[in-house]
Ligand binder design. Structure first.
Ligand SMILES: [Zn+2]
Length: 215
């Protein structure tokens, strides 16, 4: 697929001092959304750059919701990048609820809470797709940042495929495993069993914590 370069009129960057340290914050307009790459250390023209391609999740990322693991993955990815001394976190907008949007995502929460549907069935029962996230902007951002080979922090094989089919070499996948809790175990189990995510910690939770079964 041909990826159009992002023009300078759609990019702006500055330093961003955070609690974790100083990043280069690179903001992009692409495909109708505004995205951000947080760049730490030297990554330009480097090989096997540690990256996270993070789908926005307002409830998890900002408000610390426990029904998904997004916020904890975001924290863990940034911590790991800083610990390693370099890397990039790409924060992709337009990815709420795997692309269905915030209002529809909250509608799926109602079905999950009231009818016990999982994260997939609650979407399809509303006539919505299970996953319509577009990773094209992430590819264009990586190319803009002159990064062609990465180590991807993800448990989702679809993300590897999305990057590799667009010319980004994924040299390794780095697991990003969050400790399950009573509120997200159903969500994590559905992601493992029905979306093919590699989540070995789900088994440990099921066997270690029988109280989760008693309730
Ligand atoms: Zn989330």
């Amino acid at each position: 697929m041909y990826e159009e370069a992002i023009g300078h009129e759609d990019v702006a960057e500055s330093d961003l001092v955070t609690r974790r340290g100083t990043f280069r914050a690179v903001a992009f307009r692409a495909d109708g959304h505004e995205h951000m790459a947080l760049v730490y250390g030297k990554t330009r023209m480097r090989e096997n750059v540690l990256i996270r391609v993070h789908s926005e999740c307002m409830t998890g990322d900002i408000f610390g919701a426990m029904r998904c693991e997004c916020g904890e993955q975001l924290d863990a990815a940034l911590n790991r990048i800083v610990a390693e001394g370099s890397g990039i976190l790409i924060y992709l907008r337009g990815h709420e609820g795997r692309g269905i949007g915030l209002v529809e995502k909250v509608r799926t929460h109602v079905l999950q809470d009231e009818q016990g549907l999982d994260t997939l069935d609650s979407a399809t029962s509303l006539g919505l797709p299970v996953d319509v996230r577009d990773y094209g902007p992430a590819v264009r951002i990586l190319k803009h940042l002159r990064v062609n080979s990465v180590r991807l922090m993800s448990n989702n094989p679809d993300k590897i495929e999305a990057l590799e089919s667009n010319g980004i070499t994924v040299a390794a996948r780095v697991p990003l495993l969050v400790q399950p809790n009573d509120h997200n175990i159903g969500y994590l189990t559905a992601k493992r069993d029905r979306l093919g995510h590699d989540l070995p910690q789900v088994d440990v939770f099921a066997t270690d914590l029988p109280r989760a079964v008693d309730r």
